[in-house]
Design a binder for this molecule. Structure first.
Ligand code: PLP
Length: 361
């Protein structure tokens, strides 16, 4: 048993030492020139990470706050939306949209299976009057370890021509390519405690020009999450409200680390980590929850057969100080999930695989 756990859950993720050190400074005033410089730097870094020249706004919120902002700024009560739902976070989109009186139609797949892009095509091509205002999906479904085919779904949205594509990229951003401009993604929500390698507390929303156009007629109430005010103040490298400045220090450092590594290298590292875990699981003859072709590079969900999933987690923690996640809702007690996003790499994968080998056999 170690006193410092190796955190391999799908968020919060490991934080590099230099990021922790960057945070350990006295706060600065958020209306100072120093903060404006910092904000300019992190905004440029966020655009690089999102592969966009458009806006990426920074909120004091967890990922769900970014998701909420991504709805209330662009839609109106009664708007018809299609929500992809094949796990806990797809359900969250549905609940969020219902909370704001949108007219939600869900496109479902069983938990552990990817959404079928053709299901979206069917609904979108049937919508001749263009009443569908948005298609809303989770890219990497953290609860099941499935990556949904955002590129294919988005092609159908683009063929429709009117609907916005709104994406939860909370565990895909920084783990796999989310080319906001190339794909024409309208709203992309994410949170700091995942691929960003910093602690929880910041939410991010990338917004396309098309989405800003839609915001002009959007009629849902908003105040703290009024993205127009973040955009306006962001143009002057400032924020409408007091931001968590120390998390901005962390963000600057983590973005520098990411830029030093390079986007293709980051994505390859995540694929390699996922591949290492998948290979070990297959060698142990254990089922993955989802088909390997749809496996997320950020998290792997394993359904053990010879030992209870919760027993595996508890032994990993007790014997090796390694924290992996359990299943949520209908998957509670049935799976464990290894997070391999953010700072984790080969060394951490070898460690968790060796520990699992010991626990499972
Ligand atoms: N969406 C996905 C895919 C997630 O994995 C999470 C968090 O685990 C969220 C949304 C919600 O983020 P938060 O808990 O930061 O609000």
């Amino acid at each position: 048993m170690t006193d410092r756990s190796l955190l391999l859950i799908p968020g919060p993720t490991l934080v590099p030492e230099s990021v922790l050190q960057a945070m350990a400074q006295h706060p600065i005033g958020h209306r100072s020139g120093e903060f404006s410089t910092l904000m300019g730097e992190v905004t440029a870094g966020l655009q690089w990470l999102h592969q966009t020249t458009g806006d990426v706004l920074i909120l004091t919120a967890s990922g769900t706050g970014a998701m909420e902002a991504g709805i209330i700024n662009f839609l109106s009560p009664g708007d018809r939306v299609l929500c992809g739902c094949n796990g806990k976070f797809g359900e969250r989109w549905t609940e969020l949209c219902q909370a704001f009186q949108l007219q939600v139609e869900t496109i479902t797949a069983p938990w552990g299976q990817p959404l079928n892009p053709n299901d979206f095509a069917t609904k979108l091509t049937a919508d001749r009057d263009k009443t569908i205002k948005a298609v809303i999906i989770t890219h990497s479904e953290t609860s099941t370890g499935v990556i949904n085919d955002l590129e294919a779904i988005n092609r159908h949205v683009k063929a429709h021509g009117q609907a916005l594509i709104i994406v939860d990229a909370v565990t895909s951003l920084g783990a796999t390519s989310v080319p906001v401009d190339d794909w024409g993604l309208d709203v992309v929500a994410s949170g700091s405690q995942k691929g960003y390698m910093i602690p929880p507390g910041l939410g991010f929303v990338a917004v396309s020009e098309r989405a800003w156009q839609a915001s002009k007629t959007a009629k849902l109430p908003k105040f703290y999450f009024d993205l127009g005010s973040y955009r306006k103040d962001g143009a002057k490298n400032t924020t409408p409200f007091t931001p968590p400045v120390n998390l901005f220090f962390a963000l600057r450092q983590s973005l520098q680390l990411m830029q030093k590594e390079g986007l293709p290298q980051i994505f390859t590292r995540h694929e390699r980590s996922a591949g290492m875990v998948q290979a070990a699981v297959s060698a142990w003859n254990l089922p993955l929850l989802c088909p390997v072709e749809s496996a997320s590079p950020a998290v792997t969900a394993v359904a053990p057969t010879t030992i209870a999933a919760e027993e595996v987690r508890s032994l990993l923690k007790k014997q090796f100080g390694i924290a992996v996640a359990g299943g949520q809702d209908q998957l509670k007690g049935k799976i464990f999930r290894i997070g391999h996003l953010g700072f984790a790499g080969e060394r951490e994968m070898l460690t968790v695989i060796a520990a699992l080998e010991s626990v499972l056999h």
